[in-house]
Design a protein around this ligand. Structure first.
Ligand SMILES: Cc1cc2nc3c(=O)[nH]c(=O)nc-3n(C[C@H](O)[C@H](O)[C@H](O)COP(=O)(O)O)c2cc1C
Length: 358
């Protein structure tokens, strides 16, 4: 079934306006067309333990694909090892005017300036709560994988020290982990919250309001200067965060982009982000030296990319753009390639490989 979706639908989907294509993809997932990955369970070599949670494989769907927590279960069924829903903001908001999503086909990249279009925390929290509903048989209905909630602030009327604690309170009983998104380039002022002193106050406000929260991660930009990274890592630890997600999209534009859309404003993701995301990840991993859970993201599209990030110190990885281009069949490919890449580099399991090239 998944091959039907990937082989027949993806070429059609790619001809649509990108935002219509995204809506179609969500509907296909809702209808059960995301299928299963056909693996009949993941290779035990791919299992990960992180943040006190078990992951059957390390591959997560990055934030932004399922902003409203509509297709968490179908994404898990398609073979993701975890799902991060959001970014969700306190109030619903429309986001930026369309067009705001561009496929850079020749570059295998995406530029987006969506601007946190989402239905708001009330509807999000109801859907997250429903994921915990127990079927009459006494078992959870559908696939169970760790689910994260990615939180952000509204464009208008935001007060981060009030809003992030409020959002954490609304999801803390339903999310397996929480991400504070401080790195979208499409909400004015958001990335300033990555300043180390500012970050520590924000994390303290959350810690005071919610000492009982699930593991908390901070999602960082690939556009941080090298000298900012050490202080941010220390502030995250001092503020009680469990981990970092590295990275979000970049506002930089590599000189070799070929697509006509390369000049659009917004965040760039996909293949041209890979080198920069990897470089920033390495610096973060060195600074953290084993003290934080690290989720690597940005330009990941092969099993070799996954093993590279794990060897550089990642616990888990996420992708968005490669999934948007390839569809659900990418999961089976990535898992097969990851096991092969591990073996080729002389490792049996991801756990053996972790941090060996930090
Ligand atoms: C269309 C689109 C929307 C996104 N929305 C969000 C978002 O709401 N919150 C967030 O933290 N990241 C968002 N991202 C960033 C991704 O989660 C990810 O960090 C980035 O795309 C790099 O990964 P990739 O190269 O595999 O796409 C978005 C990315 C894209 C392409």
């Amino acid at each position: 079934m998944m091959d039907i979706v990937s082989r027949m639908m993806m070429p059609l989907v790619r001809r649509l306006d990108p935002e219509d294509a995204h809506r179609l993809a969500l509907n296909a997932l809702l209808l059960g067309l995301g299928g299963g990955d056909g693996s009949g369970g993941d290779d035990p070599a791919l299992a990960v333990r992180a943040m006190g949670l078990r992951f059957a494989n390390p591959i997560g769907i990055a934030a932004g694909f399922d902003k409203n927590a509509l297709v968490v279960r179908p994404l898990a069924r398609a073979g993701f090892g975890f799902v991060e829903a959001g970014t969700v903001t306190p109030r619903s908001q429309a986001g930026n005017p369309r067009p705001r999503l561009f496929r850079l086909e020749e570059d295998r990249a995406i530029i987006n300036r969506m601007g946190f279009n989402n239905q708001g925390i009330d509807r999000f929290a109801v859907r997250m709560a429903r994921l915990h509903r127990v079927a009459p048989s006494g078992r959870h209905a559908g696939a169970r994988v760790p689910v994260g909630a990615n939180l952000g602030i509204n464009k208008v009327g935001a007060d981060p020290d009030r809003d992030y604690p409020l959002l954490v309170g609304r999801v803390k009983h339903y999310a397996d982990y929480i991400v504070i998104n401080l790195s979208s380039p499409n909400t004015p002022g958001l990335r300033d919250l990555q300043n180390a002193a500012r970050l520590q106050t924000l994390l303290q406000a959350i810690a005071e309001a919610h000492p009982d929260r699930p593991p908390l991660l901070v999602k960082l930009s690939p556009d941080l200067a090298p000298d900012e990274i050490g202080p941010i890592v220390e502030a995250a630890i001092a503020g009680g965060a469990q981990g970092l997600t590295v990275t979000n999209t970049t506002i930089s534009r590599p000189a070799d982009l070929r697509s006509v859309h390369a000049g659009e404003s917004g965040g760039l993701s996909g293949r041209p982000l890979r080198a920069r995301a990897m470089e920033v990840f390495r610096e973060v991993a060195r600074a953290a030296s084993g003290r934080l859970t690290l989720v690597a993201c940005g330009g990941i599209e092969t099993g070799a990319d996954i093993v590279d990030r794990i060897r550089a110190g990642a616990d888990l990885i996420q992708l968005y753009s490669a999934f948007a281009y390839e569809g659900p069949s990418i999961l089976r490919r990535l898992k097969r390639e990851t096991v092969r890449a591990l073996n080729a580099e002389g490792f049996e399991t991801l756990a053996d490989a972790k941090g060996t090239a930090r």
